[in-house]
Design a binder for this molecule. Sequence first.
Ligand code: HEM
Length: 464
Amino acid sequence: MPISLKQLPGPKGYPIVGNIPVIDLPNLHNQIEQWADEFGDVYRLNLGYTSQTIVTRPSIIQKILAARPNEFVRLTKMNNIIREGGVDGVFNAEGEKWRLHRKIVAQGLDVKHQKEFYEPMLVILERLHNKWSKDAESGEPFDIQRDLLRFTVDITATLAFGIEMNTLEQEGSAIQDHMEKVFPMIFYRINQPIQWHKVFKRKADKEFDAAVREMNKLVDEFISKGQQKLKDTPSLRENPSNLLESILIAADEEGTFSLEEVRGNLLTLLMAGEDTTAHTLSWLMYLLTIHTEAQEGLREEADKILGDDPWLSDYSANNSLKYTEAVALESMRFKPVAPVMLFQATQDMEIEEFTIRKGQKILTQWRSAALKNEYFSQAESFKPERWLKESKCPVHNTEAFTPFGSGPRYCPGRNLAILEVRMVLSMLFKNFEIEMVTEHEDINEIMAFTMMAGDYKVRLRKRV
Ligand code: HEM
């Protein structure tokens, strides 16, 4: 007899408000893991007026991810809140609209474009190197997370929009200061039973609105530049050189993209490309300053593959940075920036022993399984070697590892993100030694749509 989701166990709640008072949003992903240990890999949270099914079992997560866009959509409330925040793009589109957005976005981020835009991407890497050389010379502790956020935005703008932003060398505040207000507010609103900001705007709501306005202003500048370029070089219509041009061309065809959707996709890419990759790099710095033995492997590989170059100047060599990629994957197993995803069923169905009803809200969290011996040998140990072809780890079940999602909506920026990680780590370990200045214990996981590291400082030294 299939189990109805209403019959699931879960933490005991208060009358009327259920589990709402005990939910600690910045720590939600950890609470979910702890409850999974207590109630099993499929359980229920009582949110007073509604309920949420929590799934940490990898086989079910995979089935949900694969059944999109037809049987599951992203949580409708989340899609609407993102849209209301001015972002109407591939991430929160569904059905036919999603198919159209996805095709254009995925093409614009593919390997062909990465190769073509590698030279301008190297200019950005060199700027990062120059900044870090100065930091190493001064010997002062500094905020490396700021540099990583600026690096990733500059890379996305170059690759996807053909636009040089150079926020890395910009003094004072930059677009990132606005961007960092957007994800936390979206996450907060998704988790609020009542959308109070529609009635009364707090200071944080006003700051969010101002941030969205600033980002739209920037994106409108991109759009005018792209439109001008298409006018000046009509041959680009046959063979667009970047994602911005592809979207603008599609928008000219009736019934495809509205101007709001053009804006929405540019904002989506700026946001999706910045936060995720920068925080992944930030967690790498955190873990590598704990597991210093892995630094040795990175140095050896950088020396071997880069030779006399201070950074990875030959694009084709990036695939040879196997250990570097293994370190990145292992880091994502411990510190995934997107461990939680939210879905809604569009029809009644059965998955494994459960009956799912149309409209059912489901939250998936995959790290809970990825840190268990059932899925990865010595799961609690940081072992980058497990990701190498020659690994001898007997248990290695990648079904439990979905840092980039899976199925038809898996992250189209995956290859770009891995390339950025290879570029930054190989440059860092070829040239510098890194030391964490902040105590590791003082650096918390903070869930704010992406799971980021709290503020910290590092010190660099030139390698001798
Ligand atoms: C380490 C870095 C990154 C991580 C961990 C990450 C993770 C994810 C995850 C988990 C999803 C949801 C996948 C799903 O629903 O199955 C996603 C979607 C997406 N990501 Fe990434 N991402 C990263 C970097 C990037 C970059 C660099 C870009 C582009 C510049 C990007 C663009 C997107 C887009 C457009 C989507 C929506 C895809 C869709 O709904 O069809 N991501 N990403």
